[in-house]
Design a protein around this ligand. Sequence first.
Ligand code: 5GP
Ligand code: MN
Length: 350
Amino acid sequence: MLTKVIEQSKIDHFTKWFERADRIVIVSHVSPDGDAVGSSLGLADFFDSQGKTVNVIVPNVFPDFLKWMPGSKDILLYDRYKDFADKLIAQADIICCLDFNALKRIDDMADAVAASPARKIMIDHHLHPEEFCKITISHPEISSTSELVFRLICRMGYFSDISLEGAECIYTGMMTDTGGFTYNSNNREIYFIISELLSKGIDKDDIYRKVYNTYSESRLRLMGYVLSNMKVYPDCHAALISLTKEEQSRFDYLKGDSEGFVNIPLSIKNVCFSCFLREDTEKPMVKISLRSVGTFPCNKVAAEFFNGGGHLNASGGEFFGTIEEAKEVFEQALQKYKPLLCSECPKSGK
Ligand code: 5GP
Ligand code: MN
């Protein structure tokens, strides 16, 4: 049995909306990841099974390694089909906001979503949700939005209507937001849910292969290159990797190719904080990705130094300046947080 994580009043409230709704739009965050796509498609599959008209809209393209997911071909990219998407958003009875906590996380879609008269529900697990939805289901203690989607569907009484395809999507989101169940994954109910998803017929080993082991050759060579230039700060239990625009074009970089790179330095003994700086190819900025092990709050560093945010162990931000300047800011952050990095690193001294 699962704990009743979502408040009953919210389940009842949403069920009332749901029963009356016909057109439902699901939106998720910019540069959608496995949880954004997985939770959206998992919920969409359920709505579809109940005869609703459902559309998933995301701000921009998602990585190739998620394109096998059932229903992914029907996801509407806002930056390509803005007019059509605006119409769907304006005419929706319900808008479900999945895996983001603030309107700015959906970029150019924010105005259309804010202006729509649709009833809005947030289902998310990021800290500090903004108030732009009538129903806010926000649970930072839950490791993925996909898990919350599973919990919502079950609590509404529709477990039996989750299809194999829906289960595959939910599993993918749970898996990717926990790094294949290697972090944020000690809640035993996660494994109860996986067991339920297996009962739907998912092949979890195959899903892992499709997500993590279908990269291009150039991506692997790029990884080798990036790691060969890695800088380690042993005194701060930290490491930094980076990628310039020039390097991206040299390795035929495709969006998503550096997905997961930021986690690799955490496999070094004594490193508990990792930073990846990547020059953006569209905007004049450096995208920052931060990861930590243990209780070091990398979201604090993201907020304080890089105008960003996120989770305790996975956060990010943006830096408007050169990559060299971003490195300097990172090193300033290391100096400031050195005492905490030393005291909080669970790998130090071992
Ligand atoms: P990633 O490193 O995978 O791009 O992002 C990891 C997490 O950091 C995301 O799930 C999100 O919570 C947070 N994040 C990434 N970029 C930003 C940003 O620019 N602003 C904020 N507020 N959070 C971000
Ligand atoms: Mn997520």
